[in-house]
Design a protein around this ligand. Structure first.
Ligand code: SAM
Ligand code: SF4
Ligand code: SF4
Length: 405
């Protein structure tokens, strides 16, 4: 047995490729009030057993173990996290943990109007609302619900409640909504939310994914260049700054330069890492040090200073600096979004294991981690979906709405 890890606040456990454990996405429910075609396209689902779902106390307890091991970034997600009753209570409990430097939430926005104020008051620091289209008929076709206005109301309420650090996540699908890239940028400006475009990924419930539906980073940049002029890439290692700071500190480049600079940066592995590289929805920031922003998106500026991001999980993954793990609503810990299996922490917790024992299990598993799911899939000769519907039905932990996206 290894000794119980003694972790100072400025250090973190490193995996087999020297990637620190810094970030945890906690899925608080597998239920959802939308049925996005790229995530939950089926009519029926196998749901997790309600008795297995972690209580808020259990989530806070496990989170405390993770933060003791160096995690300082927590994001609540789902399914739809706002369907979990009294989510603000959990936010309040987590906000009390002084080791959490970044407490965020990803939501589809449907219930935000009712909950924004309570979440803000409970201590939520950052908010991401997923919104892929601004056209009601497309929203209905995509999500099986006629609810675009509800999401817009939610964004307005978040603003009114003082949730100022907001982003909009927008998944671009070729021949479905790729013609809305500029409209979404305009909408982001109007609503004071930075937009991050996400490439369509072949994970979880995306059983209808095909490579030709991916609208890649290069195409997104080209679209924006055509509309607005040169796009400026932000420095890889610069901490996240406001748009005005970025304007004065970054060099202007064209789209081609931006892409070249990025791929040059990716060719050099971080010290101690293998040459494999990797990444999903996590743009790589190679520092292990506290205080260096590890934003999930590569960020850019339009000529007028409007910032936006691209999460090129499918075409340019960057697993090489991935510091992120996931916890399912029933306490299964996943080392990679693409992982087939996870580690059942709830069994340990409910079986009476001490927090030291749980910490030791987590540390051992992370040290052995060699996952780089998205990068491995890049090299597949013919790429299809990760899981077939039968695999998902056999183990719902493989669903995106269970593991949290
Ligand atoms: N229900 C909440 C929401 O939609 O924001 C939180 C959970 S959802 C699984 C988290 C994120 O995963 C969303 O931004 C969604 O767009 C993204 N997502 C789901 N399926 C995806 C896929 N196949 N490819 C890329 N992103 C996906
Ligand atoms: Fe859509 Fe999020 Fe629900 Fe999946 S979990 S169906 S992405 S709203
Ligand atoms: Fe991290 Fe896995 Fe995503 Fe790569 S695919 S960035 S290793 S979660």
């Amino acid at each position: 047995m290894l000794p119980i890890p003694k972790i100072e606040s400025a250090t973190a456990i490193l995996d087999a490729f020297a990637r620190p454990l810094r970030s945890l996405r906690i899925s608080v429910t597998d239920r959802c009030n939308l049925r996005c075609q790229y995530c939950m396209p089926e009519k029926d689902y196998i749901w997790l057993d309600r008795r297995e779902i972690l209580s808020f106390e259990e989530i806070a307890e496990l989170t405390a173990v993770f933060t003791r091991l160096g995690v300082d970034k927590i994001r609540l997600t789902g399914g739809e996290p706002l369907l979990r009753q009294n989510l603000d209570h959990l936010v309040r409990m987590l906000a009390r943990n002084p080791q959490i430097h970044d407490l965020a939430l990803t939501t589809n926005g449907m219930l935000l109007a009712q909950q924004a104020r309570a979440l803000r008051e409970a201590g939520l620091a950052r908010l991401t609302v997923s919104l892929d289209t601004l056209r009601p008929e497309r929203f209905r076709a995509l999500t099986q619900r006629d609810a675009l206005d509800q999401v817009r109301d939610g964004l307005r309420a978040a603003h009114a409640a003082g949730l100022t650090r907001r982003k909009i996540n927008s998944l671009s699908i070729r021949d479905f909504n790729h013609d809305e890239i500029s409209d979404l940028i305009e909408f982001g400006r109007e609503t004071g939310s930075e937009v991050r475009f996400i490439e369509y990924m072949d994970v979880g419930g995306a059983t209808r994914w095909t490579a030709d539906k991916v609208f890649p980073r290069a195409a997104i940049l080209e679209t924006l260049k055509q509309r607005y002029g040169p796009v400026q890439a932000l420095d890889d290692l610069a901490p996240e700054k406001s748009s005005s700071e970025q304007k004065s500190s970054s060099e202007k480049t064209g789209v081609g330069d931006a892409i070249n600079a990025r791929s040059r940066a990716r060719q050099a592995p971080p010290e101690g890492a293998h040459n494999g590289g990797d990444g999903t929805e996590h743009a790589g920031r190679s520092s292990n040090g506290r205080g260096t922003a590890k934003a999930p998106a590569d960020r850019y500026l339009l000529p007028d200073g409007t910032a936006f991001g691209i999460i090129s999980s499918t075409t340019q993954p960057f697993c090489r600096t991935c510091d992120r793990a996931r916890l399912t609503p029933d306490g299964v810990w996943l080392l990679c979004l693409y992982a087939k299996e996870g580690l059942d922490l709830k069994r340990l917790l409910r079986g009476g294991a001490s927090s030291e024992q749980i910490a030791r299990t987590i540390a051992e598993a992370w040290r052995a981690r060699i996952d780089r799911g998205a990068e491995e899939r890049l090299h597949m000769a013919s790429r299809g979906v990760l899981f077939q519907i039968e695999d998902l039905r056999r183990d719902p932990h493989r669903e995106m709405h269970t593991r949290g996206g």
